[in-house]
Design a protein around this ligand. Structure first.
Ligand code: GDP
Ligand code: IMO
Ligand code: MG
Length: 431
């Protein structure tokens, strides 16, 4: 039985983290986002109503659970306020259970502009970012010039920091990008107006989590993006600008690493990726189209079609190592229901040489071709199934093989987008 659990994406994001965090929140007291920003799009579907959360922790639909936007997150207040207002309108947000770290950095309008303009300049070399200003915001944090949520509480300090930043940013925007720069007054006034709305939530969230832990409360840490998008451990340079792996949870929420009891990885029963970069098991043509349409594989944040491909056991075994995974949640099994044959990548080949270890170097990874084993499809509807033993035998075999190849036991199988479409094998909070 675990008290504090971290959920991470085991692939390139969009594995279904939102759905699983929503389900596990039932057993938790506090849900914490610890990295990333509104590049994330986490979908939760309850009673046929669909929510996509970009900054709000995916536990927010449960009453009386504390939801924390932790120290390691980058916050675009425009997006956050929009999410608050949508939830307020629906009568879901009570104004009491949201907590935003003072230390979380702000995404500023110039970050968004720099993100989009730089991508345009890169042309064919672009990363395919979400254009939300994530990279430039983390750059400023590392350069020690970032503006933090806590700065919103001090008008003079905020204005001073903004002024210093704008001098440099406008210089670059005007002289390098040849664009019109930003007006300090405009940004200042719009951010001060937004500060009024979110100031009550800005606090020392590390202390809040620490106190909750001392009270023996259960904490769920909600990762964004996925292992292969981690800035250190992902397919660099085609990655995001934060650490997305389990080790980032304590750092990004201000607690000690020894307090995390379990790491759970979410993986699709196949693979998807949005944006550029190597993807060895990627499918093309009609096969890809069919899987994309069937899985509804369009980005929850940008609406871009996701690239789709077969399950890559090397990638998952790698994610198991980097995150220290204790359990796997396999999502979207139902999407494979009507396929006659399924492939699973069990190795890579390059110039006659074979490897079974995932190479993260993007240039190297791009050269590999996958070695597949073929599985027979089960050709049955799995969407109503609630017990593992009730799955078609061929689907059971497929899952067992994914467990064997990844070296991690499956603790849940998701067979549909709704909260109830789930085969629960072992709840990590209670068993
Ligand atoms: P996240 O970023 O990891 O939270 O994942 P996204 O929300 O971006 O993408 C996952 C998509 O798959 C969403 O549209 C979910 O509603 C949907 N989804 C999640 N689990 C399942 C499942 O088991 N089956 C099907 N068909 N859809 C699912
Ligand atoms: P969730 O949390 C999938 C990808 C972008 C791009 C790269 C860098 O919903 O799983 P960025 O804007 O972060 O600088 O873009 O990372 N990316 C995601 N892909 N799911 C996400 O989040 C992503 N967040 C960023 O497409 O390739
Ligand atoms: Mg997503």
């Amino acid at each position: 039985m675990a008290k504090n659990i971290v959920i991470v994406g085991a692939q390139w994001g969009d594995e279904g983290k939102g759905k699983i965090v929503d389900i596990l929140t039932k057993n938790a007291d506090v849900v914490v986002r610890f990295q990333g920003g509104n590049n994330a799009g986490h979908t939760v579907i309850v009673n046929e109503e669909k929510f996509v959360f970009h900054l709000m922790p995916s536990g927010i639909l449960h009453k009386n659970k504390d939801c924390v936007i932790g120290d390691g997150v980058v916050v675009d207040p425009v997006v956050l306020i929009n999410e608050i207002e949508v939830l307020e309108e629906k009568g879901i947000f009570n104004g009491k259970n949201l907590h935003i770290s003072k230390k979380a950095h702000l995404i500023m309008p110039y970050h968004r502009r720099l993100d989009v303009s730089r991508e345009r300049l890169k042309g064919k070399e672009k990363i395919g970012t979400t254009g939300r200003g994530i990279g430039p915001a983390y750059e400023d944090k590392a350069a020690r010039i970032g503006i933090r949520c806590g700065d919103l509480l001090d008008e003079t300090l905020f204005r001073e920091k903004l002024k210093r930043n704008l001098t440099e940013k406008n210089h670059y925007i005007q002289n390098v990008l040849h664009q019109v720069g930003f007006e300090i007054h405009e940004i200042y006034h719009s951010y001060m107006a937004m500060a009024e709305k979110i100031a009550p939530f800005i606090k020392d969230t590390s202390e809040l989590i620490y106190t909750a832990m001392n009270e023996k409360k259960k904490i769920l840490f909600e990762g964004a993006q996925g292992t292969l998008l981690d800035i250190d451990h992902g397919t660099y340079p085609y990655v995001t600008s934060s650490n997305t792996t389990a080790g980032a949870a304590p750092v990004g929420s201000g607690i000690g690493p020894s307090r995390i009891d379990k790491a759970i990885g979410i993986t699709k029963a196949y693979t998807t990726r949005v944006g550029e970069g190597p993807f060895p098991t990627e499918l093309g043509g009609k096969e890809a189209e069919r899987l994309r349409e069937h899985g509804g594989e369009y980005g929850a944040t940008t609406g871009r079609p996701r690239r789709v491909g077969w399950f890559d056991a090397l990638a998952i075994r790698y994610a198991a190592r980097i995150n220290g995974l204790d359990g796997l949640v396999i999502t979207k099994l139902d999407v494979l229901d009507n396929l006659k044959k399924l492939k699973v990548c069990i190795g890579y080949k390059y110039k006659g040489k074979k490897t079974t270890t995932f190479p993260t170097d993007a240039q190297q990874l791009d050269k590999y071709t996958p070695v597949y084993e073929v599985h027979e499809g089960w050709l049955e509807d799995t969407t109503k199934i609630k017990k593992f033993e009730k799955l078609p035998k061929k689907a059971q075999k497929y899952i067992r093989r994914l467990e064997e190849l990844s070296g991690v036991p499956a603790i849940m199988i998701s067979v549909g987008a709704a909260r109830d479409d789930l085969i629960l094998i072992k709840n990590p909070f209670t068993r």
